[in-house]
Design a protein around this ligand. Structure first.
Ligand code: ADP
Ligand code: MG
Ligand code: ZN
Length: 607
């Protein structure tokens, strides 16, 4: 749809410009119509009888122009006869025009050129408009002017700002795997001579922001070869066949510039399982995907192009893409753990001015952050420091930037009523108290009722340590503390606000995972009951009866968790009041102060 609209738009712009230009052109040519062509007799008459009205005479090789105030007269003349010949031929007395300024020019050529220019101008302008439109459209979504062009981007390996492996924190295994690609691109003959099988396609898999694009670029820089970038989503076009021709173009460019890396970002946009999806769009995608397969299969043994591709949805990829000779290597990039987060922070603070900072603490408080989030955090901290006219980024800015990255900017404009603030304070205090007193929930790191984005406040909890597996009781305590806000509101105000609806979603989702994914429910037993979502269709591997059982189990987990949260809050209602009151006054409580306020040790209630 968008394509058609923009096409229409472009069409209208061109048409209206055409109109404007033709009006201008008409106006210009009309001036010439006003000039009156003279016969020799008329010419003689004018010179002899109206000489006082004549402002000047301009003599061109092929015409003579006589300018009066109102009009321009023109007398065509033979190129070979001179003006004075003509005068004497016509018997005009010299005195008659001796007072008239007379100009002799050779501008026939100039006016000819002018004429040509004027004639060509509309076309030049038209061409220019089309050209700039097509340039614009390559950036935007409208690609109507770039049929068959891949719109491929290239990064120069000699760019002084290039990133190499040393700019990539952590991801040690991935780097080692990619080192093989680097070795090959640096010294292909060595591999070819010995007959080694060369990596053709490498698939980078990882959640958004985990550094797939970043690492791919670093690989090219490391090998010192050009990096050709193209995104799968750009291939998906309205018109069938365009994607395929762009793939052909991209591969042709890469092959011409070998050795090089061709990077296909978001390959899942094209490489989706064939045969599923919207009618119409899948035909185009299928052709595009087929073209990629054809191109990769058609690589000669000595082609020095390595194709890297990235996706965060490996589950939807067509298996044909993963066959030998295609993307037969897979590198998984995980979200960074606490140590890796510290390293990434270090890298992104390298070229910024920092004062006294403690990156361990920042890393501790950012579980679940991707590399992109961390890079963003560093930038936000720098902006904060600059706004405060500081010379250095300090810990304060870094910690505040965490909130900003998680929840969006502070809502300064929206003022909360006293009541709203009170509700928010008890809500967050409820989360914190429940989390603190239950033994297996995460530790409270910070509580805030400064409203950001859509959230009225938040309680930051972090795990004691990051592990690869978790126990059921940990999930149950986590669900209980997630419901702590809701429980506190009910307990104190005998009512609930719309505030906790997000909490309820999170708690329910967690409970569902406990039952269906981790098989931790007693009633259903240790089986995986995940529903796979493929495009629009939910395919379930279980009966409606099982679905009912799942619902029951989820409900019972939620209810039990809520009961436990209630119990904690009832028992420790004095602490709830204490924390909430401080929150209302100070808006933010850090871990140390919180622990002082509640006095009791973490996990001291075993409910
Ligand atoms: P993806 O392509 O996986 O969505 P990107 O490669 O675009 O993610 O990463 C986004 C940004 O995150 C990068 O530009 C980089 O600044 C930062 N980043 C991600 N991973 C790392 C890492 N391991 N070391 C340093 N920076 C990283
Ligand atoms: Mg990316
Ligand atoms: Zn909440």
């Amino acid at each position: 749809m968008k394509n058609i609209n923009s096409f229409l738009q472009a069409f209208l712009i061109v048409i209206s410009l055409f109109l404007v230009i033709s009006i201008i052109f008409n106006f210009l040519t009309q001036k010439e119509v006003k000039t009156q062509i003279l016969t020799l007799k008329e010419f003689k008459e004018i010179i002899e009888n109206q000489s006082s009205a004549i402002e000047k005479i301009v003599v061109f090789p092929q015409k003579i122009n006589v300018f009066t105030k109102e009009k321009i007269f023109e007398l065509p003349k033979d190129q070979n006869s001179s003006f004075y010949d003509l005068i004497s031929l016509l018997n005009i007395e010299k005195e008659k025009f001796s007072s008239i300024p007379t100009d002799f020019r050779e501008p026939q050529n100039i006016s000819l050129i002018l004429n040509i220019i004027l004639n060509l101008l509309p076309f030049v302008i038209l061409f220019w408009i089309l050209w700039s439109l097509s340039k614009q459209t390559q950036k935007g979504s409208m690609q109507i002017f770039s049929f068959g062009k891949s719109g491929i981007k290239v990064y120069n390996p000699n760019d002084p700002n290039k990133i190499t492996f040393k700019d990539v924190a952590n991801l040690q295994e991935a780097k080692e795997e990619l080192m093989e690609v680097v070795d090959f691109l640096k010294n292909p003959e060595k591999f070819l001579n010995i007959g080694a099988k060369i990596p053709r396609g490498v698939l980078l898999v990882g959640p958004p922001g985990s550094g797939k694009t970043y690492l791919a670029r670093a690989t090219a820089a490391e090998a010192g070869v050009p990096f050709f970038y193209i995104s799968g989503s750009e291939f998906v076009e309205l018109f069938v066949g365009i994607g395929a021709s762009r793939v052909r173009d991209a591969f042709a460019i890469a092959k011409k510039n070998q050795p090089c890396i061709l990077f296909i970002d978001e390959i899942d946009a094209i490489g989706k399982l064939r045969g599923v999806g919207l009618i119409g769009s899948h035909e185009e995608r299928e052709q595009t995907l087929n073209q990629i397969l054809v191109e990769m299969d058609g690589f000669e043994k000595e082609t020095k192009v390595v194709v890297l591709a990235a996706t965060n949805r490996p589950d939807v990829l067509d298996p044909a893409l993963l066959r030998p000779g295609r993307f037969d290597r897979k590198i998984v990039l995980d979200l960074p753990d606490i140590k890796a987060r510290e390293e990434i922070l270090k890298i992104h603070l390298r070229d910024k001015k920092v004062g006294k900072i403690n990156l361990k603490e920042v890393a501790l408080r950012t579980p679940g952050f991707s590399g992109a989030d961390l890079a963003n955090l560093c930038n936000e901290a720098a902006i904060l420091a600059a706004r405060r006219n500081k010379e250095f980024i300090e810990q304060k800015e870094l910690l505040e930037a965490i909130d900003k990255v998680i929840l969006g900017p502070e809502r300064k404009t929206k003022v909360f009523s006293k009541k709203e603030k009170e509700v928010a304070a008890y809500h967050e205090a409820g989360h914190a108290i429940v989390a603190h007193y239950l033994p297996h929930s995460n530790r409270v790191e910070k509580i805030s009722i400064i409203s950001r984005g859509r959230a009225g406040g938040y309680t930051l909890k972090v795990p004691k340590e990051e592990r690869n597996f978790y126990f059921k009781k940990e999930f149950l305590d986590e669900i209980a503390s997630t419901l702590g806000g809701y429980a506190a509101e009910k307990l104190i105000f005998s009512d609930v606000s719309t505030g906790p609806h997000n909490d309820l979603e999170i708690a329910t989702e967690l409970a569902k995972q406990v039952v269906t994914r981790f098989g931790m429910s007693e009633k259903l037993g240790p089986i995986s009951l995940t529903r796979q979502q493929k495009e629009f269709f939910l395919t379930s591997d279980y009966s409606e009866k099982t679905a009912e059982l799942i619902d029951e189990e989820v409900k019972s987990i939620i209810n039990q968790a809520l009961e436990r949260a209630n119990k904690v809050l009832e028992l420790k209602i004095d602490k709830l009041h204490k924390v909430a009151k401080v929150l209302i006054k100070k808006e933010v409580i850090e871990r140390k102060q919180f622990e002082r306020l509640v006095e009791d040790k973490k996990g001291s209630l075993n409910i």
